[in-house]
Ligand binder design. Structure first.
Ligand code: NAD
Length: 495
């Protein structure tokens, strides 16, 4: 897909979406208990469609189907090259059905269609294609040992993977689990977020069309507390791949730990973005705005904490207060929109609460600060808050909305200490023209990824994941395969 195709959203229309069902063993079915859940359009607050509400018995059926497919479908034994063909086809179909995916994801999450096409749908296609290449590298190596033997390692799939994903990047974060899991020969039970399950159902169709056998991918929609909990506790799940909040991640890791089950944990973030005194100011301000409005600030790797050298502080705060009110906020289906609604009422209420806390703590609102009434929906103005102390909860905790706090520092040591002062460690970044400083500070920042002189440079080839309370394990890159395989050693006596 060329860049121009990726960015063309003129053909995307607000969709009519049929009610969704569960996808188990290659079949679409209602939940056993016939439960249904409303899916809300965040741009209006009205019901978009409904999906099946699974419970434990549906989860049992999905795990049984995934187990049977792992044991009997031949998927795990298929040469990597054959699995690669299927994953490449999935990438092709995602591109062919891009309009439909963009329309569904935008309607469900409130993502601006231009962002959704250029980022969410393009990245999902690239992830399947990248993992198609990885599928051909699932191999072991021979080892030399000082006894007469032939010793080698085999890299084998783990079995049934339980994937739990959050509301904010449904398509990307399901692809970042399902694609490497399938590449390595695993089967999958996917539980998407309750608010944003729709693209997961489309992906079940797409992977089936690509040739993934029945039972290899199963999708169960439903609540975290019922079907998510059942997935975590199910003895038939061999590995849990979780992305979500640190609070639920800690709970999930504890359950998996009790069962000694491998997990990857992609959790919350609260990144610092440092602007040093030698930064290119125009670029730095552009990156700072991108870092906090991208995906309406519902971005684990967003840059909600801007740390600015004291010599530039007033200039940066002034520039942000001038530029941020001009960021286009509105209907996700308007190609000019940069910031859409928040994905749900609970997210909007949380942002309002943190803005209130920031004001109480002496924060100065220099842009935004209020809900936006656009005739319904969950809109919040992109908001910039200056002058907060580092111990304010609005600085230390994850707000997860279009809110930027701006603080000042005097020395490199102080900037690094402030950047590392929260419990999180997912992303971090800095703006400088000094190459030595870029490497020096990148090495000192406690984060899974560090960006220099831009923000949000992500690609399926670059591993990402957290340190500290942001989790452990890596998605993307060749490292992702390690999370979905186990190594077996074979030693054959030649005596
Ligand atoms: P969440 O933790 O509320 O929910 C995540 C998933 O867990 C959902 O599917 C939910 O249904 C499920 N869940 C909830 N309770 C459960 C339980 N008891 N057992 C099993 N599953 C349960 O997170 P959210 O609000 O959907 O997403 C936002 C959070 O995700 C933020 O903290 C954000 O930083 C984080 N996030 C992290 C990354 C990353 O890559 N590190 C990426 C995106 C989002």
């Amino acid at each position: 897909m060329s860049l121009s195709e990726e960015q063309n959203v003129s053909t995307v229309r607000r969709p009519h979406i049929e009610p969704g069902r569960l996808f188990i063993d290659g079949e679409w079915r209602e939940a056993d208990a016939k439960g249904r859940r409303d899916v809300i359009d965040p741009s209006t607050g009205k019901v978009l469609t409904t999906v099946a509400e699974a419970d434990d018995s549906d989860l049992d059926a999905a795990v049984a189907a995934a187990r049977k497919a792992f044991d009997e479908s031949g998927w795990a034994q298929l040469p990597g090259r054959e699995r690669a063909r299927i994953l490449n086809r999935a990438g092709d179909i995602i591109r062919r059905r891009a309009d439909e995916l963009v329309a569904t994801e935008s309607a469900n999450v409130g993502k601006p269609v231009s962002l959704c096409r250029a980022v969410d749908v393009a990245t999902a296609a690239e992830e399947y294609e990248y993992c198609a290449a990885l599928a051909q590298t699932v191999e072991g190596s021979t080892r030399q040992i000082p006894i007469p033997s032939h010793a080698y390692t085999r890299r084998e799939p783990l079995g049934v993977v339980g994937a739990i994903t959050p509301f904010n990047f449904p398509l990307i974060l399901s692809s970042s689990k399902i694609a490497p899991a399938l590449a390595a020969g695993n089967t999958v039970v996917h539980k998407p977020a309750e608010e944003t399950p729709l693209s997961a159902l489309l992906m079940a169709e797409i992977l089936t069309e690509a040739g993934v056998p029945n039972g290899v991918l199963n999708v169960v929609t439903g609540s975290g507390s019922v079907v998510g909990e059942a997935l975590l506790r199910h003895p038939g799940i061999d590995k849990v791949a979780f992305t979500g909040s640190t609070k639920i991640g800690r709970h999930a890791a504890a359950i998996a730990g009790e069962a000694l089950k491998p997990v990857t944990m992609e959790l919350g973030g609260n990144a610092a973005h440092i602007v040093f005194e030698d930064a290119d100011l125009e670029k730095a301000i552009g990156a700072a705005i991108k870092g906090f409005v991208f995906n309406t600030g519902q971005f684990c790797m967003g840059g909600p904490r801007l740390l600015v050298h004291s010599s530039l502080y007033d200039a940066v705060v002034g520039a942000l207060s001038g530029a941020v009110p001009g960021v286009p906020v509105g209907d996700p289906f308007d190609p000019a929109t940069v910031v859409g609604p928040m994905a749900g009422e609970r997210h909007l209420a949380k942002v309002e609460e943190y803005v209130r806390i920031a004001k109480e703590d002496g924060g100065r609102i220099v842009a935004g600060g209020e809900r936006l009434d656009l005739g319904g929906g969950y809109y919040f103005q992109p908001t910039v808050i200056a002058d907060l102390g580092n111990d304010s909860r609005a600085v230390q905790e994850e707000i997860f909305g279009p809110v930027l706090t701006v603080q000042s520092f005097d020395t490199e040591d102080e900037a690094v200490a402030m950047a590392n002062s929260t419990p999180y460690g997912l992303a971090s970044g800095l703006q400088t023209k000094d190459v030595a400083r870029a490497h020096r500070v990148a090495a000192r920042l406690q984060a899974g990824i560090v960006w220099v002189n831009d923000w949000a440079m992500l690609d399926p080839a670059i591993p990402f994941g957290g340190v500290k309370q942001s989790g452990f394990g890596r998605e993307y890159g060749p490292e992702a395969l390690e999370a979905y395989t186990k190594v077996k050693s074979v030693v054959i006596s030649l005596a």
